[in-house]
Design a protein. Sequence first.
Length: 208
Amino acid sequence: MAELFTYLLTRVVTLRIALLWILLVVVLMVSADNTGPPRETLLQALLLLAATAVFRLWDDLADIEYDLRLHPQRVLSTCRNLWPFIAVVVAGLAMLAYALRGEFRSLVAYLGLVLMLALLYHGKLGNPVDRPARASLVLVKYPLFVYLLVTPSPRAWLAGLGLYLLLVAYEWRDDPDLRAAPATRLVAAAAAGVFIVSLLYWSAGVRA
């Protein structure tokens, strides 16, 4: 429990995550055709926060070998027992699926994202994928979080693409391995991500 609490403070309750969450809420509000009651908006904001935290932990668990090399001081790098963290991820993923149970298309899109990340992180799919492509695929989840909560519209599509490209640019600026990759690979990875985000736009958003 102490390690979970430390992880929460050092990797989730941070300025970067707070800004990311605020950005997601802003994109959600821009994407929505009609602003719902305050209670519904608050619930959607909390769902975005929960999804950001759960997938952040899953990302860190998947990147533990990378962090052992570059960030050995992080909680997961020094933790001897990762099972409590894995249990939190599984419970969080199930909770988010339960929250989408009333929207079939949203639930299918969400489960598709979970399956893609599971194969990328833990299956053979991740073996041939280089770091630029991996980073681009992982960032697809953030526009999807928004698309799960809004009705499809050109505005929602453009807002999701803008969010995705902004996060890609930030990730590439922040990651030394990505900065060292050839520009052609970075552009190709981003283009593939844009294509996937566009597909998600048509398949995920069904809520008014």
